[in-house]
Write a protein that binds this ligand. Structure first.
Ligand code: ATP
Length: 323
């Protein structure tokens, strides 16, 4: 007897950090040409897909739970899960139809520059491809992913990769060892990614230094956390910190508390501290909490700031699928 197919598939989609992020120029269609070295970390959203036979294909986000702060995530056609499912099934003709319901548990901070929504979109494509017996090849799935967003293809394999063009033309990097981070997510009325690009365009000048991904890749391959730290950077930092001085304040405090370096991921507002090991990340986490509670070192002037913090490590994988 063939095995009975479960009607539930589960996926875990991680968040990413931009260890480097640079803008090289403009691309046709109003896009920016970027070069970024991305790294998945072990903070993961959980997505549970349930399939029931139906007369037509439909997908519904049945529930969203938040491990951290509650956030604004659409449950309608604007959810990236729904968009991914609609794109995946666009050319279906005569296939068995299903009503798909999704339970989403968010752990990756929303709209924080960690690509949580993009990871969810990649997970949806992969789950549907598994359900529909690998209808699309890996390159076809990645092409579909890049139509959903520049960061989506990265999450299919995850790990350590350099993205060029819109960030969606990818090459893998060998990362010698697992790295430890303290991730700090301020609850800030965020700036939209498009707004940050606009601010960057207005502020850039000839003297803006390059943040080369290949230098970082070379250190990840053979260096130490200290030498890796010297190669990290994000072209958005100056414009984001200029508009959000409270973020710059947090960066300055974190630098005083330890770690190798503190950087912005994506267009923020999430920050990460590269640390020598998990113990150092924990020590900075507790010192940060203590000094915030004490109100000292300028915290009393930022008493309305809420910070979520996570101890994280780098991983070599992207979306994980489980039956
Ligand atoms: P980007 O840099 O692509 O804007 P991000 O990493 O900063 O992404 P995401 O968590 O991916 O942030 O969310 C970006 C936006 O997408 C938010 O406004 C959020 O409401 C919306 N969104 C749509 N679908 C999802 C989803 N499944 N999970 C999280 N956010 C989603």
């Amino acid at each position: 007897m063939p095995p009975i197919k479960s009607n539930t598939l589960r996926a875990y989609s991680p968040g990413k950090l931009n260890l480097t992020f640079d803008i090289l120029g403009d691309l046709p269609g109003g896009y920016h040409e970027v070069e970024t070295l991305m790294q998945t970390v072990d903070i993961e959203d959980e997505l549970i897909f349930t399939f029931e036979p139906a007369s037509e294909f439909s997908i519904e986000i049945a529930s969203i739970e938040f491990a951290g702060s509650k956030a604004d995530v659409p449950t309608d056609q604007n959810n990236l899960i729904t968009k991914a499912a609609n794109l995946y099934t666009k050319n279906f003709d005569g296939e068995k139809k299903y009503k798909v319901t999704v339970q989403l548990k968010k752990a990756v901070p929303v709209a924080g520059g960690m690509g949580g929504g993009s990871g969810n979109a990649a997970a949806t494509l992969m789950v549907l491809n598994k359900w529909f017996d690998d209808r699309y090849s890996d390159p076809e799935l990645k092409r579909m992913a890049s139509q959903l967003g520049a960061d989506v293809p990265f999450f299919i394999d995850g790990g350590t990769q350099i993205g060029v063009h819109r960030g969606d033309v990818l090459s893998k990097v060998n990362c010698k060892s697992e790295l430890s981070y303290l991730i700090v997510g301020p609850k800030l009325f965020g700036m939209q990614t498009a707004e940050v690009y606009g601010a960057y365009d207005q502020s850039k000048n000839e003297s803006t230094p390059r943040i080369p991904a290949d230098k970082c890749a070379a250190e990840l391959e053979s260096g130490t956390p200290e030498t890796i730290g010297k190669t990290l950077g994000n072209a958005f930092e100056s414009v984001v910190f200029a508009r959000k001085p409270e973020l710059k304040f947090i960066v300055d405090r974190l630098s005083q508390l330890g770690g190798i370096c503190t950087r912005l991921t994506g267009s923020g507002p999430t920050l990460y501290v590269l640390t020598a090991d998990a113990a150092e990340a924990q020590s900075i986490q507790s010192k940060l909490k203590q000094e915030q509670q004490s109100g000292a070192y300028g915290w009393n002037e930022h008493s309305n700031l809420t910070l979520n913090t996570w101890i994280a490590k780098s991983t070599s994988r992207g979306v994980r699928l489980i039956n």
